[in-house]
Design a protein around this ligand. Structure first.
Ligand code: C2E
Ligand code: CA
Ligand code: CA
Ligand code: CA
Length: 276
């Protein structure tokens, strides 16, 4: 039994070593990818459910590979956060997204906004406000065209002086959206403290809206709560007309999802916009 135990331990050690080596290699590749500008931003249109107009786009990072495949952020963002590389990647995302939105405005899409996802690690770094300010300035983009998406866990997290940083960012003139709403904490007090303008209802509630009877009152309640707090609602992950119709009936303001379009490279996103 003892030797069995020892073999088991050895087996685990090797597994851990291998996992660490894989992680290390991936991290090296990510560093190189950053240096060589291999990352690319995709843009997913956000639609006004009353008018059908495209109000903006969410920027989502992609890692294209030489063989034509594309690595999802779910596969490298966690490692970037763990290693701190997200600060550098996040700065690049801000720069790139602001420049893209400025190009759209130049083309005549004046009201269009761009939304950028932020990680709590960027708040811990201490230079976030500077990074955002720099990105806006370099791009020549009005701050009002930039929306920052923050998750609930980030907002209630332990990051130091998060309130102060949010206030500083807010005073630049940009707006905040609370991302993945409904998956985090039930304490809604923070909704008032952080002056967000938008609630994004997590796609886990939206995708099952037409299947699960239980999600319908939940989504309705979120929309009403948002309304009573004066917040804009955005549903993520809308994939079919039936779900869209339900959301319209509920009074949800905006949505994004495969029903309209997946996230697209900038050139394709521009083709998706109505001509001006
Ligand atoms: P998220 O912010 O919740 O982004 C929404 C995700 O839902 C995106 O996945 C998007 O492609 C996907 N999606 C959009 N429409 C639909 C739909 O109709 N159905 C379904 N099933 N999914 C849909 P993606 O692009 O793989 O991004 C995954 C996550 O990675 C994001 O979740 C976000 O948390 C993170 N992420 C992406 N880009 C960045 C970034 O630049 N910075 C940071 N910190 N995180 C990022
Ligand atoms: Ca998001
Ligand atoms: Ca989300
Ligand atoms: Ca999410």
């Amino acid at each position: 039994a003892k030797s069995d135990g020892r073999n088991t331990w050895r087996f685990y050690d090797e597994e851990i070593d291998k996992a660490n080596i894989d992680k290390f290699n991936l991290l090296q590749q990510i560093r190189l990818a950053l240096k060589e500008q291999q990352f690319q931003l995709y843009y997913q249109p956000k639609v006004n459910l009353t008018t059908g107009a495209i109000t903006g786009a969410e920027a989502l990072v992609r890692w294209p590979q030489l063989d034509g495949s594309v690595i999802s952020p779910l596969e490298f963002i966690p490692l970037c956060e763990e290693s701190g590389l997200i600060v550098e990647l996040g700065h690049w995302v801000l720069q790139e997204a602001c420049r893209a939105c400025q190009r759209w405005q130049q083309l005549g899409y004046g009201g269009i906004t761009v939304a950028v996802n932020l990680s709590s690690v960027q708040f811990r770094d201490g230079a976030l406000e500077q990074s955002v300010q720099q990105a806006l300035k370099d791009a020549g983009l009005p701050a009002a065209a930039l929306e920052l998406e923050l998750t609930e866990s980030l907002l209630i997290g332990e990051a130091l002086n998060i309130q102060q940083q949010l206030d500083q960012l807010s005073s630049l003139g940009l707006t905040f959206a609370i991302d993945d709403f409904g998956t985090g904490y039930s304490n809604l007090g923070y909704l008032r403290r952080f002056n967000a303008t938008t609630l994004k209802i997590d796609k886990s509630f939206i995708s099952s809206l037409c299947m699960s009877k239980r999600d319908e009152p939940l989504v309705q309640a979120i929309v009403q709560l948002a309304k009573s707090l004066g917040l804009n609602t955005v549903a993520e992950g809308v994939e079919d007309a039936q779900t869209l119709q339900k959301l319209q009936q509920m009074g949800c303001d905006e949505a994004q999802g495969y029903f309209w379009s997946p996230p697209l490279p900038e050139a394709d996103f521009l083709r998706f916009l109505p001509s001006v």
